[in-house]
Ligand binder design. Structure first.
Ligand SMILES: Cc1cc2nc3c(=O)[nH]c(=O)nc-3n(C[C@H](O)[C@H](O)[C@H](O)COP(=O)(O)OP(=O)(O)OC[C@H]3O[C@@H](n4cnc5c(N)ncnc54)[C@H](O)[C@@H]3O)c2cc1C
Length: 424
């Protein structure tokens, strides 16, 4: 199928573009198409671990994540297709006073939001997750029983199928090369299969969103930052229902994948791409950084020594788009009628896809909420910032993924050992 004339064209068929298409179709935009360069969920989305953590440092973000969990849990009933949601519960593990203070603060936000949580000691942590072999370093943990993970590919297919049922067209294997503009109004798209007219585009091109926007003279800092994890061979006791683990001091997360361990993290010296060198056809590098994955394994082995003894089955990596302030880019672009952004997911675009799509609808209403206005791409327009500064700042958002602003968390030093942490 090739693109046709359509009132609305969503560009990009990852979790975000598919969610946007479903939510727009559900809101009554029936003349809508999604145009994807390859196949659905073929880029960053297919690499994601699918983790959804609802407890956050702000009420808005907590409520947003709770809404995602609610949708994923009821996806088959409400959308007609399953998301493969697994409600395993999660443990956010604190090793230091700083981190205990952090989880207590997050717990207070959870309480305000009405999210069930439990602050538990190390013995209880081990009872919740017996696969943790050594809990002696654990001071306290935040247990969220309704957290879990989705299969990102299944989720994306579910959004797309739901959108198709509502009348949307899903076009794959067709790259959008440019957006046509006439007197400050979107009028069409130029694709590999020809030119079609459209009144509104939603740029959901993931790490390429900045490059696509630049084609239309819109300079937005969407910085691709490398993120990766590995999956081990079978480890006794680990399974798909093992609780999701987050250990901010060592910047590592883990969950069960089949009978193995999926373990990833956020290294303190990250790798990003200069966004000005990425264009709509750029193929992003795909080589694993075994030294970084080795650091995650070494750090996690403090809690699960067996992670060092088993083979690595596979490694996943991708380049999620980060923004310099760590916030989504959602909503209409000033001065270009019909040009709308849905990007800058800062590595939570799978779990945040439902909320981001809701924000998109809100941004298109006559009276967007104050919160959604803070996500507007116009905060970066016209460009007064420097590209290198933006790249550095966006990379730092990834490097400091877990710690709250203003807290200082010990960092992974060489060899994956903690510098400055107090083990008990
Ligand atoms: C290793 C790893 C682990 C992660 N773990 C998690 C996690 O546990 N939880 C979580 O929420 N998030 C996680 N993420 C982040 C998550 O994957 C992203 O935030 C999310 O997938 C972004 O979705 P997207 O739709 O914006 O981008 P993408 O999935 O990259 O989709 C963009 C799509 O646009 C298409 N496209 C681009 N340009 C064009 C064009 N010109 N024309 C047509 N199509 C185009 C691309 O082909 C692509 O399919 C992880 C990421 C990585 C790399």
């Amino acid at each position: 199928m090739s693109p046709v004339d359509a009132q609305v064209t969503v560009i990009g068929g990852g979790a975000v573009g598919a969610a946007a298409t479903y939510y727009l179709a559900k809101a009554g935009y029936t003349d809508i198409q999604l145009v994807e360069a390859h196949h659905l969920a073929s880029a960053t989305t297919s690499q994601a671990a699918g983790l959804l953590g609802q407890a956050r440092t702000t009420l808005d973000r907590t409520r947003l994540s709770m809404a995602s969990a609610q949708l994923f849990r009821n996806m088959e009933r409400d959308v007609g297709y399953p998301s493969d949601w697994r409600e395993t519960g999660s443990l956010r593990i604190a090793l230091s006073d700083t981190s205990v203070a952090e989880i207590e603060l997050i717990a207070s936000v959870a309480a305000q939001a009405g999210l069930e949580f439990h602050l538990v000691d190390s013995a209880e942590t081990q009872r919740m997750c017996p696969t943790l072999e050594d809990v002696s370093a654990i001071r306290k943990s935040l247990w969220i029983p309704t957290d879990g993970y989705v299969q990102p590919h299944t989720l994306t297919q579910a959004y797309a199928a739901g959108a198709r049922d509502l009348g949307a067209r899903i076009i794959t294997n067709c790259r959008v090369l440019d957006v046509q503009l006439t007197q400050g109004q979107v009028t069409g798209i130029v694709t590999e299969d020809g030119v079609t007219s459209t009144e509104m585009v939603v740029n959901a091109a993931g790490p390429w969103a900045g490059a696509l926007a630049r084609q239309s003279g819109i300079e937005l800092p969407v910085v691709p930052v490398l993120h990766e994890y590995f999956v081990t061979d079978s480890v006794p006791g680990w399974h798909n229902g093992t609780p999701c683990l987050r250990i901010p001091e060592i910047q590592v997360y883990a969950r069960g994948e089949g009978e193995g361990i999926l373990c990833g993290g956020f290294e303190h010296a990250g790798t990003s791409l200069d966004p000005t060198t990425v264009d709509v056809r750029t193929q992003l590098p795909d080589d694993p950084h075994w030294d970084v994955l080795g650091q995650f394994a070494t750090a996690f082995a403090r809690f699960v020594p067996r992670v060092s003894d088993v083979g690595i089955r596979t490694a996943f990596r991708g380049w999620p788009g980060f923004t310099p302030d760590g916030r989504f880019l959602v909503g209409p672009v000033q001065g270009l009628r019909g040009y709308v952004m849905a990007a800058g997911c800062n590595a939570h675009g799978v779990s945040g896809s439902a909320g981001l799509a809701e924000h998109l609808l809100d941004s298109l209403s006559n009276n967007p909420s104050n919160y959604v206005q803070t996500l507007s791409p116009n905060r970066f327009l016209p460009r007064t910032w420097d590209w290198q500064d933006a790249q550095r700042a966006a990379q730092a958002i990834c490097e400091n993924y877990y710690p709250m602003p203003g807290t200082s968390i010990p960092r992974i030093s060489e060899g994956g050992r903690l510098a400055g942490a107090t083990y008990q």
